[in-house]
Each structure stands twice: as structure tokens, then as C-alpha cells.
Write a protein that binds this ligand. Sequence first.
Ligand code: UDX
Ligand code: UDX
Length: 460
Amino acid sequence: MVQGKFGGEAELKPTISVIGLGYVGLCTAVCFASRGFMVYGVDVDRERVHNLREGHPPLYEPNLENYLNRTLRTRMFLPSDDLNSAVDKSDVTFVSVGTPSLDDGSIDLSSIKQSSSAIGTSLRNKSTRLLVVVRSTVVPSTCDKVVKTEIEAASGRKCGKGWGLCMNPEFLKEGSAIHDTLYPDRVIIGESDKKSGAALMSLYRKFFRRRVIVKRMSLVNAELVKYANNAFLAMKVSFANMIANLCESLALADVKVVTEAIGLDERIGSAFLNAGLGYGGSCFPKDIKALAAFGRKQNVDLPLVHATAAINKEQPLRSVDLAEKLMGSLSGKRVSVLGLAFKPDTDDMRGAVSIPIIKDLLQRRANVVVYDPKAIPQARSIFEGSVTYAESAIECIRGSDVCILVTEWESFRDLKAQEFAKLMKHAAIVDGRRLFDPSQFSRVKYAGVGLGPNQKARIV
Ligand code: UDX
Ligand code: UDX
């Protein structure tokens, strides 16, 4: 393993192509283009390409629309569906096509296979060297056994002969993806050979123009880093939720107090210890499933990964149990759900815990009314006419029997206990993300995740 740091360096900038203009590919593309790199973006979805050319990103992400429009105006970012021409013109090709889950939880590598083969075909007649950089999350050995094999077969060129391969996993969080692309904690470079790793390091040196920690390693180690990283973070969340469940059985216990205290131990750290209704999103649930399936394939037991997933499966529905504890049977009751996106500051509902919660409420014959500042269009395509869509948080809670706070949008913090008391039919709230201060809710029935029974005041 080689370790290094980037310093400032001004040289000619390589031309870049990015295959797959989803969340990860698009952020990578516009960030490079904003720093003066010529970027050819490629996607098989023609409608997506058309919308991108008009300056409309396919998803909501803070700053993304600005970056897109700025780089379209300067003509440093050119989206198209022509992979062949983009690869032909570029020195470096990032692969960021999706890697979704199959029915058995294992990873679907068909887009990776297809794009690798297409890159290989373009490489066949290319006169200049190409560095292929896998950005998508792929299970160990994929770069070697799928990407390299497909490119070699389609190009007729061995890896190292006119082209090289790197694995460069991303750690972008939705809601801060542009910031995370420009200011990462560290850069991981898996490399097929030293020359390829050095080429990617040189590219990033020109991109960052400042010192950034870089770790260079084999392709398989870089593939593993991504999974181990996400599994560890998800495990921290599930750990906090496990302690929350214990707290709920103990008078005067409060998971917030406990996790804040253990987070002060530098060996543990405070990040990803917020107990709540479980993790969602397009990455954690999919990556945990893929890692578990990969362990099965390798005949290696991964008990912590299984426990992480099992806790996360139960956690969302605990909010419905808490609502029943407050209100009795939910059948025929009006239940307001605040927050639908898998976390605040995004409109993304992929893997959102609001989905199993609402399904469970509907199964218990509750009348469900929902509100989210950004994700209502996504919710409409999932729940169609089975729930009522409110236009504001106030409208959502008005007349309801019980309210479940599912996503901790900052704007919900402004809701006052008096408003719940005044507007709801029966003032009862399940605080699934511990957004509110329970001591303020003296006139409202309040249950918080990880809060012991009969508590209104926070005992510190
Ligand atoms: C990314 C990574 O690729 C995934 O491995 C990681 O775990 C999470 O982040 P994301 O950007 O969210 O995925 O994927 P998605 O929003 O599904 O976008 C993928 C894009 O690739 C789509 O626009 C799709 O049209 C495009 N695509 C897919 C291609 O251009 N070519 C293909 O062959 C397949
Ligand atoms: C995650 C990883 O953080 C990122 O490195 C990777 O590249 C993609 O997956 P993202 O899915 O955008 O990013 O969201 P993140 O902020 O990590 O949150 C994931 C889920 O965990 C959310 O549903 C969030 O609500 C939940 N979470 C997070 C908790 O429940 N408690 C916490 O303390 C932290």
C-alpha cells in the first residue's frame, strides 16, 4: 500500500468522460467541469440527456442546478448519449452507472458489464492512452473479473497496454454531494498497476489544488473499503437504535444522553450515533444486502452485517407501535406523517423508512395524511390515491389523531407544542427522530424513540 498527499500543481488538464449521469456521475462531472476540465457526460437515457442539456438535473441536490448551468454555459460540460465519441476524445473515463440489488439482495452488475464492453469497443481504435476509473460501488473482484475482462475482450488490448484501470469509490452523502466531491476526507485509489494509480493521483492533484489525503492500494482492497465503510456506518446507526430500544424499557433512560456521552470517547466518535427510525437511502440498504450476499457466496459468515440489517428492518415499525401505545388501535384514526424523504434536504425516497411505516399504517386501516417539503411527487408515484397529500406541515397535522415525525427536516423544528395541541384532534406525537424537546410537550401526549416511559423532561 502506498500513501501520499496532494499538493498544488498547474499542468495541462486531461479530458474526462463520465459514463452514467445519475447522482454520483453528475456530481463528479459538474465538479470537474467547474474546475476547468473538459467533461463529456454520457447516459443511455436520452430524456435525461435532453433535460440535462436544458439545465434540469434529474434530482434535487443543493447547488447541483447552479453547477450544471454554469458548466453548460462555459461549455466545459457536454452531456450526450454517444459513449463511443466521448471515450475517444478523453484521457480518463469515470464509470458511474447504477449497481442496484437483484431479488436475492446480490448486486446487479449488468450495467457495469455493458458499459465496460462499450468502453472496450471504443478503445479498439483509440490512438491515445485511456485510464478507466470505476466510481460505482461494486463487490470485491468486479474490477478484475468483470470490468477488466470485458474491456480486454472488446478492445483486444491487455490491461496496461494503452489503457489502465483504477477503482475510486465515492463517499458522497446526498444533500452535500457537491461539497463532498470538492472536499472529501480522503481519496481511495485502487490500481491495476502503478502507472494507472499515478495517473489518477495526478488528475486529482490538478482537481483539488490543495493537500488531500490519498490511499493507494489494490483494486480489490478499494472495492472492499467502500463496503466496509458503509457497513461500519450503518452498524453504528443500528447500534444506537438497539440501545434506544433498551432505553424505552427503562424509566428515566434517554438514548440521546447515552449516545452523546459515548460519542465523546474519541475511540467511538459522535457521528452516525443518532437513534431514530433506521437508515434508508440508495446506498446503505443496498450495500448491506450486497455485502451479506457476497459473504454467502464466499462461504464467510458476516454476523454483524446480518444484525445491522435485522435491527434496521424492525426499527421503522416501532414508530407505529409507539403510536398505538399513545392512541390505542389506529383503525379509522387519522395519522399524520411528517417527512417522507430518506433524510432531510433531499427529495429522494429510495429505501426511505417512511415507505414501510405508511404501508403498515394502511394495513392497520389508518387514514394517512403525509407531508414533506420536497418528496411529495415521489410519494405520489409510490402511494397514489391511498394516502392524502398535505401542502404544509400545519395542514398535515390539522385534525389528526396522532402524528409520526419520520424525517427531521429543519423546518419541522419550528412547529410548537401549542400548534400540535390546538390543531390536532387528539394531540399525540411520536417523535421518530427526537427533533423536539419533550419537556415542551406538557399538553401533548409525546413518545420519543429511545426515551424511557413516562418522561417529559430530559434528564441529564
Ligand atoms: C451510484 C453508483 O453507480 C452506485 O454503484 C452507488 O452505489 C451509488 O451511486 P447513482 O448515481 O445513484 O449510483 O445511480 P443512478 O441514479 O441509478 O444513475 C445511474 C445512471 O447511469 C442513470 O442515469 C442511467 O441511465 C445510467 N446508465 C445506466 C448508463 O448510462 N448506462 C448504462 O449502461 C446503465
Ligand atoms: C451514505 C454514505 O454516508 C455515503 O458515504 C455513501 O457514499 C452513500 O451512502 P447517504 O445515503 O446520502 O450517504 O446518507 P447518510 O447521510 O449517510 O444517511 C444514511 C441514512 O442513515 C439516512 O436514512 C439517515 O437518516 C440515517 N442515519 C444517519 C441515522 O439514522 N442516524 C445517524 O446518526 C446517521
